[in-house]
Design a protein around this ligand. Structure first.
Ligand SMILES: Nc1ncnc2c1ncn2[C@@H]1O[C@H](COP(=O)(O)OP(=O)(O)O)[C@@H](O)[C@H]1O
Ligand SMILES: [Mg+2]
Length: 298
């Protein structure tokens, strides 16, 4: 079982934001990799993944993305789940042809699929139902596990984003493997329930395989997020205790409480900080975002 812990040191390249020159941060001074060096930190790709459905992946992807954007980082949310809940969660319509579907199959570029949202510094590559067929079609192509990594290359080289969050489907299928191949690290939402530990040990086995098979040797778990936490139940506290015992510092200090406001927000097409800024869910994701940027060094 992999016990890799991400504790990345702060980037050694100088960071213009640290030099109090925020206006220059991320500007395209020089093309390509050099530009990313000058803008400070290269774009980080984070897959929000857990093979189980309903554990809070999309809720975490949407709300963490929005809170990281509110902290001043330039964020791209890449919706790779055919259910497209992250897309509607930020108020973007599901439109045929708008997703990465064709790009993943070799038609056109991913840059053209990026759309702004109503929220500052938060952009999205939307999903649509078409994506559900992409697994089968990708399986017939060469290099099918690295298609997302390939098509993301110009997006990363553009220097336009500090972080890309990939919202993964609830499986360990080809789309999720594409996200794993493209990612620097994983954020794993874990619902505070009885089977939580079993779920994460399965994910860990797959992570080890991804590393050992050379699909992505640098993939790490950035952190585990305990979701839908209810402090009033003994089970909730017990599960958190066990997960912390096994995964130690890899578990984010911030836990996401179960609140109806978090469940309501997507139907208004808004992340929680824009739907109900002074709610417990909003406070939790804001704290998680602070921990996240610190851990990631962005
Ligand atoms: N902290 C929370 N409190 C209350 N409801 C939540 C919370 N997190 C997620 N939900 C709800 O649980 C359901 C599943 O969450 P979702 O993020 O879509 O999971 P996944 O993407 O892993 O399938 C959704 O209806 C969502 O609104
Ligand atoms: Mg989801």
């Amino acid at each position: 079982m992999s016990q890799r812990i991400v504790h990345r040191p702060a980037p050694v390249t100088f960071n213009l934001s640290q030099l109090a020159l925020p206006a220059l941060r991320g500007r395209r001074l020089i093309r390509g990799a050099a530009c990313r060096l000058i803008s400070g930190v290269p774009t980080k790709v984070i897959a929000v993944a857990n093979q189980k459905g309903g554990v809070g992946k999309t809720t975490t992807a949407v709300n963490l993305a929005a809170c990281v954007a509110a902290l001043g980082r330039r964020v791209l949310l890449f919706d790779l789940d055919p259910q497209a809940n992250a897309t509607s969660g930020v108020g973007v319509e599901k439109i045929e042809g708008a997703s990465a579907y064709r790009v993943l199959l070799g038609e056109g570029g991913l840059m053209e699929k990026i759309q702004p949202t109503a929220f500052e510094r938060l952009s999205i590559i939307p999903s649509e139902v078409d994506l559900c067929g992409v697994d089968i079609e990708l399986a017939r192509t060469d290099n099918y596990l690295h298609r997302a990594a390939q098509v993301l290359t110009p997006v990363l080289a553009s220097g336009l984003f500090d972080v890309v969050f990939v919202d993964c489907p609830p499986s360990l299928g080809i789309l999720t493997m594409n996200a794993f191949a493209a990612a620097d690290a994983l954020v794993v939402p874990l619902q505070c329930e009885y089977y939580a530990l079993e779920g994460i040990s399965m994910l860990n086995r797959v992570l080890t395989q991804v590393i050992e098979a050379g699909i992505n040797p640098r993939l790490e778990i950035l952190g585990v997020v305990m979701t839908m936490f209810d402090s009033r139940t003994r089970l909730g506290n017990q599960v958190v205790g066990e997960v912390r015992q096994h995964y130690g510092e890899r578990v984010f200090r911030t836990m996401i409480p179960r609140t109806t406001r978090l469940a309501e927000a997507p139907s208004f097409g808004k992340p929680i900080i824009h739907y109900d800024k002074y709610s417990a869910g909003s406070a939790a994701y804001e704290l998680l975002a602070q921990e996240f940027v610190q851990r990631l060094g962005i």
